[in-house]
Design a protein around this ligand. Structure first.
Ligand code: FES
Ligand SMILES: [Fe+2]
Length: 383
């Protein structure tokens, strides 16, 4: 059942989706101080594994050391070259700059400088890499560009506990999607927050919008969730679902769950799959989306589990990119509508879309909202 019983106003005006000024407010209040999910421990399988990632214009390198993942600015203190442009790789003991070969240890301290005497006088370890706070939640790796502030557990709140469960050691990554879309970051989030578009956008994948009676919404100050238990329509699909849960030795709850932890972290769970998804604004009308999908490997010593895992992986690698492409296909058109400069109404949000209203209220409060819509929001609250 839904929580509200009558329709809700569109809280944010088009300026919130289209202007540099509004994005700068979001960067200041929400993104720069926050923690960001940028990869997983499965992306760093061994000690020495690394991946690189550009976060809000800063080139980063995340390196798995004996103390766990560490994040450094991927810029050399000598003459500022990026240490490496590789997306992924392995450096067991030292990071080595690609330009003149300076070497750095797992604390980012300079260890070896070719022809060091030509830099005299210089103290040992004087110049090092800049480091950022890095923490994990289950297998998810988060980084914060802010030197101070809450730790990851405080920042995610309930999302920490849910993440530990959905992305723990008992899950294995099967797919990584990293792509950009021509729309504001909130258009992507809002799309994920409502089941209303399922009939039109996902007729072949999610098939049909679930009835209100089997929808459960939770609206908390800093997060919301949606859960539904929708049985497969055919007898064969239901039987198959029971069978794969039996082989994976995992209790079947038949639930689809979706969580949004503000401002931009989303988790989902469907059958033996789970996924973590986040967004990075690039410009008011351009967004980078990162999503990692996991499946249950079951008991790897049993051949049935190994076979099932392979089947799940193949299925997931086909299914999830189709869902993403279906959603992505409408987002640039929503952005164009927002940019039209002449909206035909103030917009309207249904009770089925109430998570989206709650999110807009959060953005409104965190940034001061858009002047044109403060009155509408007040009207909506009064009504
Ligand atoms: S710029 Fe890195 S070693 Fe010179
Ligand atoms: Fe969708």
């Amino acid at each position: 059942m839904f929580i509200h019983d009558s329709h809700l106003p569109q809280v944010l005006g088009p300026e919130a989706y289209t202007t540099d000024e509004f994005l700068e407010r979001e960067m200041e209040h929400l993104f720069r101080p926050g923690w960001h999910f940028i990869g997983t421990l499965d992306d760093l399988p061994d000690e020495g594994s690394f991946f690189t990632f550009e976060l809000f214009g800063k080139p980063l390198i995340v390196w798995r050391t004996k103390d766990g993942p560490q994040t450094f600015l991927n810029v050399c203190p000598h003459r500022f070259s990026m240490l490496t442009h590789e997306k992924q790789g392995c450096r067991p003991d030292r990071l080595v700059c690609q330009y003149h070969g300076w070497e750095f240890d797992c604390e980012g301290t300079t260890r070896k400088i070719p022809d060091a005497k030509s830099f005299r006088p210089m103290k040992r370890g004087e110049l090092g890499l800049s480091q950022f706070r890095t923490e994990t939640c289950g297998k998810l790796v988060f980084v914060s560009l802010a030197e101070e502030g809450p730790n990851l557990g405080e920042f995610l709140g309930k999302g920490y506990e849910v993440g530990e469960n959905l992305f723990g050691e008992h899950r294995r990554q099967i797919l990584s999607l990293d792509y950009e879309v021509d729309s504001n970051w909130k258009i992507k989030i809002e799309n994920s927050l409502e089941s209303y578009h399922v009939d039109f956008v996902h007729p072949a994948t999610f098939k049909q919008t679930p009835e209100e009676s089997i929808c459960e919404h939770v609206l908390e100050p800093r997060w919301t969730s949606f859960a539904t238990t929708q049985e497969a329509t055919s007898k064969i699909e239901r039987g198959l679902d029971r069978f794969i849960h039996h082989v994976a030795r995992h209790e079947r709850d038949g639930k689809y769950e979706h969580y949004h932890f503000y401002p931009s972290m989303m988790y989902g769970k469907m059958a033996l799959f789970s996924f973590a998804e986040t967004v990075f604004p690039i410009a008011p009308g351009r967004t980078r989306i990162l999503a990692k999908f996991f499946a249950m490997p079951g008991a790897p010593e049993r051949w049935q589990s190994r076979l099932l895992f392979r089947g799940l992986r193949n299925y997931g690698r086909k299914f999830w990119p189709i869902v993403a492409a279906e959603d992505t296909s409408v987002m640039p058109d929503i952005q164009k509508g927002m940019e039209s400069g002449q909206l035909p109404s103030r917009g309207l949000i249904s009770v089925r879309e109430e998570r989206l209203f709650h999110f807009q209220e959060f953005i409104h409060a965190a940034t001061g909202g858009t002047p044109a819509r403060r009155a509408a929001a007040a009207e909506g609250a009064a009504g």
